[in-house]
Ligand binder design. Structure first.
Ligand SMILES: C[S@@+](CC[C@H](N)C(=O)[O-])C[C@H]1O[C@@H](n2cnc3c(N)ncnc32)[C@H](O)[C@@H]1O
Length: 311
């Protein structure tokens, strides 16, 4: 399918769609480092611009519009959890593009906290606005660990199917499970995910294998909690800003923070996916991303549309 990608960031979701065989024909972001990362790994079809400044006629026709609209305003990790946060209005840009392009499908991704913001009223409003465009909408919260990502990241995926299309999207069935029963492999642990990576302080040629020296103080707070190497990591978060930098998970050895490459592995980015920018910027791009393996699991479900039509 031809995919138009909004809020594409460093390209985690887009990589998942590409892995599932889809063709990303256009992408957009206003975060310069993320755009450079995207170009380096996925191609020059990404436009570096604020989406508000792009008119729909400059966006190509497509079968599906995808976008993880910015979530800081929605996140429970954010102290200013407030429905009037202007970033919350960015989903309206996705609506604008879907209305103009009339794709068969759209996919929106966000933090789980969006479903409970203002006692669920914000989510109801968004779902209502999406449905009003003439799409059958459905959503599900997916745990990345259930799809082979070494991280218990939970994200809500909202899917819209154009109302005239007689086909229903089904959310992907887990490929992994917590304890390895029911015939599926066990969740991938942090130690398994990091086992092939050398010590970043030793000489090595692994891309982006440098880490923040920001002091580690194991005190139980977010970013200062010892990781259990035998379990998937907790959610990699992008808290922080351009001044303070992001809160980075400690390495399970408890002596330092994870390197950018280690964090990318916890997000299931392949080892040759190269990030642009300084450490803080790279950590943020990684934390903002949909884990490619989770994106792949969701993207693959859209392949069933053409398979079902062929039957
Ligand atoms: C949650 S991140 C998306 C990450 C991406 N889906 C991935 O998997 O890597 C949201 C992105 O929206 C971008 N963004 C925020 N406001 C924007 C705007 N007005 N126009 C274009 N992009 C914007 C941010 O720069 C950020 O990269």
């Amino acid at each position: 399918m031809r995919v138009v990608s909004l809020f594409s960031g460093a390209g985690g979701l887009d990589l998942g769609f590409r892995m599932a065989g889809h063709d990303i024909v256009w992408a957009n972001d206003l975060y310069e480092d993320a755009v450079h990362t995207y170009q380096k790994n996925l191609g020059n079809h990404i436009v570096f611009e604020d989406i508000h400044n792009i008119s729909a006629e400059h966006i190509p026709d497509c079968d599906i519009v995808i976008g993880g609209f910015p979530c800081q305003g929605f996140s429970v990790a954010n102290m200013n959890r407030n429905a009037s946060d202007e970033r919350n209005a960015l989903y309206k840009q996705l609506i604008r593009v879907v209305k103009a392009k009339r794709p068969k499908f759209f996919l929106a991704e966000n933090v789980k906290g969006i479903t409970s913001l203002e006692k669920g009223k914000v989510f109801d409003m968004i779902m209502h606005d999406f449905a009003k465009m003439g799409y059958k909408v459905d959503y599900q919260v997916l745990n990345a660990a259930n799809y082979g990502v070494p991280q218990t990241r939970q994200r809500v995926f909202i899917v819209g199917v154009f109302e005239n299309i007689e086909w229903n999207f089904t959310f992907p069935k887990p490929t992994h499970c917590k304890d390895g029963t029911h015939g599926c492999p066990k969740w991938i642990s942090v130690s398994e995910a990091l086992s092939d990576l050398p010590d970043p302080d030793a000489e090595n040629d692994v891309l982006n294998h440098t880490y923040s020296k920001y002091k580690l103080n194991i005190n139980g707070y977010i970013g200062h909690r010892l990781l259990d190497p035998d379990k998937p990591a907790p959610t990699v978060t992008g808290r922080g800003d351009n001044r303070g930098g992001v809160v980075v998970l400690p390495h399970p050895n408890g002596r330092r923070r994870m390197s950018c490459r280690e964090l990318a592995s916890i997000q299931s980015f392949p080892i040759d996916y190269e990030f642009e920018g300084n450490n803080s910027s790279i950590y943020r791009q990684i934390a903002n991303a949909v884990p490619p393996l989770l994106g792949y699991a969701v993207a693959k479900e859209f392949n069933k549309f053409s398979e079902d039509k062929e039957c």
